[in-house]
Design a binder for this molecule. Structure first.
Ligand SMILES: *Cc1c(COP(=O)(O)O)cnc(C)c1O
Length: 346
């Protein structure tokens, strides 16, 4: 049995999703004539009660477009040191927007309004970059699928308003936060200037992210997406998967969360595991004891058909997802419980 736990992006479309894709009505979306893409964008704008939305081939492009909309070259944005936009978008913040990042040393990918306030450069002090944008990430990926305290996000919004800063949410896994915390899409739509959401992570689509914002923001985003080479033609086949996922795959995330918590419970009993981060959604981050070789550990699991990933510096990650079945869960838990671990020779 093959068990792949490296990410929630490894899922393949379900039969129902493929059916929806095959039967999609499509047109040329570069001319805005693909009715299924238009329907997906309208559906999401409505769900978040935001003015407009735009379909993107990736979350990276959606985030990079948002950053481009809110900044000018030489400006600065504020984010957590673990933020995806800083760590995993290839340095795109500087490449695409000529912008620098001021990094907050936050708590598992989240930070406070006070920290934001401290990190804003005084706008009349022309020696330092002009602070223009605050980016939050919910759930926080490198933090271990951390859910933000919504009250803190509201306090940060007040700071943004006071200092005239734009406020962007990298919501690649916002669906997980909403399910885990029993929140609504509307409450996020009310708070942020722009939000990116991912359809190809927990929701199980093969491709796609969507950027939400005002009509003005999305008008600008359309031009920037073109410049980035992200205009797609009969993208309705992909958008149909998105519509299907929004209708069928959100509530079931609770099952991924339950299984992740069960994995945490088993890991916490194992002698070769030093520490596990709190598990709030579908991500389990843990650290091995110092005398256990990380690559040997990953290799041992691999020899039993189980794939997990290293995030560097002794940090290991497991992500549960739509294609992780009950049988796989049982197999994984039994395997890890009985794993023979060789200590590294020091
Ligand atoms: C995956 C992810 C993205 C975007 O990723 P793509 O692979 O470009 O779609 C953005 N932010 C976070 C937090 C992510 O986990």
């Amino acid at each position: 049995m093959e068990v792949n736990l490296i990410s929630d992006t490894i899922t393949k479309p379900t039969k129902g999703m493929l059916d929806a894709m095959i039967h999609a009505q499509v047109g040329d979306d570069v001319f805005k004539q693909d009715e299924t893409v238009n329907a997906l964008e309208e559906k999401l704008a409505e769900m978040f009660n935001m003015e407009a939305a735009l379909f993107f081939p990736s979350g990276t492009m959606a985030n990079q477009t948002a950053i481009k909309i809110h900044t000018q070259p030489s400006d600065q944005l504020i984010c957590d040191k673990d933020a995806h936009i800083f760590n995993y978008e290839g340095g795109g913040v500087s490449f695409n927007s000529g912008v620098s990042c001021k990094l907050i040393n936050g708590e598992r990918g989240t930070f406070t309004a006070e920290q934001v306030e401290q990190f804003i450069n005084p706008p009349d002090f022309y020696h330092s970059p002009l602070t223009k944008l605050v980016c939050a990430e919910n759930t926080a990926n490198r933090g271990g699928g951390t859910c933000w305290d919504f009250e803190e996000l509201k306090r940060i919004k007040k700071v943004c308003e006071k200092h005239n800063l734009a406020y962007h949410l990298d919501g690649a896994r916002l669906w997980n936060a909403i399910v885990a915390r029993n929140e609504t899409t509307q409450q996020y739509g009310e708070l942020f200037d722009t939000i990116s959401v991912c359809l190809s992570k927990g929701l199980g689509c093969p491709v796609g992210s969507v950027l939400l914002g005002t009509k003005d923001h999305i008008g600008k985003a359309l031009r920037i997406r073109k410049i980035f080479g992200g205009g797609m033609r009969q993208a309705g086949y992909l958008a149909a998967a998105g519509i299907y996922a929004l209708d069928n795959h959100i509530e079931r995330l609770a099952q991924d969360h339950k299984r992740a918590a069960e994995i945490r419970d088993v890991l916490s009993e194992l002698p070769f595991i030093k520490r596990i981060e709190p598990v709030e959604t579908n991500i389990v981050i843990f650290y091995l004891q110092k005398d256990i070789d990380e690559q040997a550990f990953i290799g041992e699991l691999l020899s039993k058909g189980i794939k997990i990933i290293s995030m560097g510096m002794g940090k290991l990650r497991i992500v549960t997802h739509l294609d992780y079945t009950g049988a796989m869960h049982e197999h994984f838990l039994n395997t890890i419980k009985t794993l023979e671990i060789k200590k590294a020779v020091v």
